[in-house]
Design a protein around this ligand. Structure first.
Ligand code: URP
Ligand code: ZN
Ligand code: ZN
Length: 463
């Protein structure tokens, strides 16, 4: 059999197996796995490397309008290029419904931004902020049929949050159409109460962002979201979980029989609220929600990744420039934490962090790494087995990984649009050396080989 490309001499890793095999690729698909394959236009030597399914990051914000002169630091071009450098071949980004508009109108705008602008494949979660009867009764069922099979709802942020009755209606519509609901769990009223208190005390520095969004506000909202989902009978994903109390809510709901997936992110493994207390306004670099907590919470999140409380490890890449009037240090943000845009960059560092801190340090094995960073995302969001595994017939989305390569993370080696990385100075062991999308190399040895526009939009199935 003749192939377009053969990856030779590598160690293939999936979510369940590790084995020596050559990989034959034809027409953008994996066509053969065998001890020795020889005839191809191109042969890539993967001696000493892991051959893994390309990373799938199911929680990425790109080109989102952020209001008030604030501009997100990545569009689809820079964000997907940065993701590819980090070993990813698919990102699931968010399409935000602006209140007063329909989901279709928002989608039209996001498709226009992404069309021809992606280095890797993309798909959209729908963020429902205005659940009118038209949106829930007409639009959502038709959009799910069209392959938009996941939605996100917020319990915080005044301009995004849904009330409980709205969440129930949205969960019910999702249940009927077979969509999966992702929930951002923080109690907005409690947060506003605490912000008011800090304001009255003149406590306006970045560290008060963390103090105004305590674990109890996340735990309460997590409990409520799980209870509402249980009442309606809808599967949900609790996204960006930061601490043990919220994890315990997920575990308890599972014991009651609820279908719930949990997600955590690098910031909850490596950062703490102390980072928001850095000198001058440096703490603004770490402002995200939920905020990073403490060492015990980091330990809890590792336990959750090991035990299965978390099946998803995502970046929640939500990049803003730091030293910039349209970013973290906008005029109002310099004076009051409330106006510092929430979110940090991380799409390029997600996999190296999980590999280095997880696999290289012996906290998880390599198969769990693949599950947490690729396979489970494909399964959860309706892309499996086209994506997320190394199997005959799957897309040849492959990352070659050097498990011994040592890299010190600094912003100048990254490719996102932000002017900083929250992980500056972190030394990692393990780095992606080739990222391939549907059989074509996009990144090889740190150089771009792919072309803008080779990433495609992905329709997804219901789970
Ligand atoms: O601070 C964060 N996480 N910003 C991104 C938006 C979100 O809630 O996921
Ligand atoms: Zn969120
Ligand atoms: Zn997010």
């Amino acid at each position: 059999m003749y192939f377009d490309t053969i990856i030779k001499n590598g160690t293939v890793v999936t979510a369940c197996d590790t084995f020596q095999s050559d990989v034959g690729i034809r027409g953008g698909k994996i066509a053969a796995l065998a001890a020795s394959l020889d005839s191809a236009d191109e042969i890539i030597d993967a001696s000493g490397l892991y051959v893994m399914p390309g990373g799938i990051d199911s929680h990425v914000h790109l080109a989102q309008p952020s209001g008030d002169g604030i501009v997100m630091a990545d569009d689809f071009a820079s964000g997907t290029l940065s993701a590819a450098f980090g070993g990813n071949t698919t990102v699931l980004t968010f399409c935000m419904q602006e209140r007063g508009t329909t989901l279709r109108e928002s989608l039209k705008a996001y498709h226009a931004k992404a069309e021809g602008e992606c280095y890797i494949d993309v798909s959209f979660h729908l963020v429902v902020t205005d659940p009118t009867s038209y949106v829930l009764g007409q639009e959502l069922p038709a959009l799910v049929e069209d392959g938009y099979t996941s939605i996100k709802v917020f319990m915080t942020y005044e301009n995004l949050r849904l009330r409980d009755d709205q969440i129930l209606d949205t969960l019910d519509s999702a249940r009927q159409s077979g969509a999966l609901v992702m929930v951002h769990c923080e109690n907005e009223d409690a947060i506003r109460y605490l912000i008011g208190k800090h304001e009255r005390n003149g406590e306006l520095a970045p560290k008060f962002h963390a103090l105004s969004r305590p674990a109890a506000a996340e735990r309460e909202a997590t409990h409520r979201a799980l209870s509402l989902a249980e009442i309606v009978g809808t599967p949900i994903v609790i996204v960006h979980v930061s601490n043990r109390q919220a994890m315990e809510e997920i575990e308890r709901a599972r014991k009651r029989g609820s279908k719930v997936a949990g997600e955590t992110c690098p910031q909850y493994l490596l950062l703490t609220a102390d980072d928001l207390d850095a000198a001058e306004l440096e703490g603004a670099k770490f402002v995200c929600s939920p905020p990073p907590r403490d060492k015990e919470s980091q330990e809890a999140c590792w336990e959750g990744l090991q035990s299965g409380t978390f099946e998803l490890f995502s970046s929640d890449h939500c990049p803003f420039r730091y030293d910039d009037d349209s970013g973290k240090l906008n005029e109002k943000g310099k004076r009051h934490f409330r106006w510092i845009p929430n979110g940090i960059p991380g799409v390029e560092t997600r996999l190296p962090i999980l590999f280095s801190e997880g696999v290289s340090k012996g906290r998880i094995d390599i198969n769990r790494f693949v599950a947490l960073s690729s396979t489970n995302h494909a399964k959860q969001y309706g892309l499996y087995p086209q994506k997320g595994t190394i199997a005959i017939g799957s897309d040849a989305d492959i990352t070659l990984w050097d498990p011994h390569k040592q890299v010190t993370i600094t912003n100048d080696i990254l490719h996102h649009g932000a002017d900083y990385t929250p992980y500056h100075g972190l030394e990692v062991v393990g780095w992606p050396v080739l990222t391939m999308l549907r059989g074509r190399s996009i990144i090889r040895e740190g150089a771009v080989q792919g072309t803008l526009g080779q990433g495609q939009y992905l329709r997804r199935t219901r789970i």
